[in-house]
Write a protein that binds this ligand. Structure first.
Ligand SMILES: [Zn+2]
Ligand SMILES: [Zn+2]
Length: 183
């Protein structure tokens, strides 16, 4: 759904959408498992830039919810995550470099972004908001043992028979410590 500044100028837009998986490209590490539900309102806000210029921002307020599947950072198994987020955003025309003291919108709560051309795609906004709501890393459980660095087996499922080679420098350090302890 394209949020067109010229249409928003005429009237604000109330939206309620359920975007099916695939409507938004979340990249390879995030898979959408339910419709992404979103409701909100888009409108134009005018800011005075200096004394003569008026710039038109798009203000977007709303919320979203979706079920996602991510990958455990240690064992790479799928991890389910529900995402819910409220957003309050203000998009300025790209290239507007209003100094902070010149801004007439003093909306401390709003995150500021930029739009190019005639407006913004709601899908782009939602993608960004979903990714912001996700932690950088998820693990399937706190005590996930991950994959063996040598053979790649999932150590939550089976113990492999790999051993760290004895000439590994880490072992040498341990041996030295043990030697000292024994004397
Ligand atoms: Zn895991
Ligand atoms: Zn192994």
């Amino acid at each position: 759904m394209f949020l067109d500044i010229k249409e928003l100028e005429v009237r604000p837009l109330e939206f309620e959408e359920a975007l099916p998986p695939g409507a938004i490209d979340f990249g390879t590490e995030v898979t959408q498992r339910s419709p992404l539900k979103t409701t909100g309102r888009a409108e134009v806000v005018e800011e005075h830039h200096g004394k003569h210029e008026v710039i038109q921002d798009i203000r977007l307020r709303g919320k979203l919810a979706a079920d996602l599947e991510l990958q455990c950072a240690r064992c790479l198994e799928p991890v389910e995550r529900k995402v819910k987020r409220d957003f309050e955003l203000l998009y300025r025309p790209l290239g507007t470099d209003a100094g902070k003291d010149e801004l007439s919108v003093t909306d401390a709560e709003a995150e500021i972004g930029y739009y190019q051309g005639d407006g913004i795609l709601l899908e782009d906004v939602l993608r960004e908001q979903v990714l912001l709501a996700l932690p950088l890393k998820v693990t399937c459980r706190e005590e996930c043992k991950g994959l063996c660095p040598l053979c790649g087996k999932n150590l939550n499922q089976e113990q492999c028979s790999c051993t760290v080679p004895m000439d590994d420098p880490r072992w040498a350090a341990l041996k030295e410590i043990r030697g000292r302890l024994e004397h």
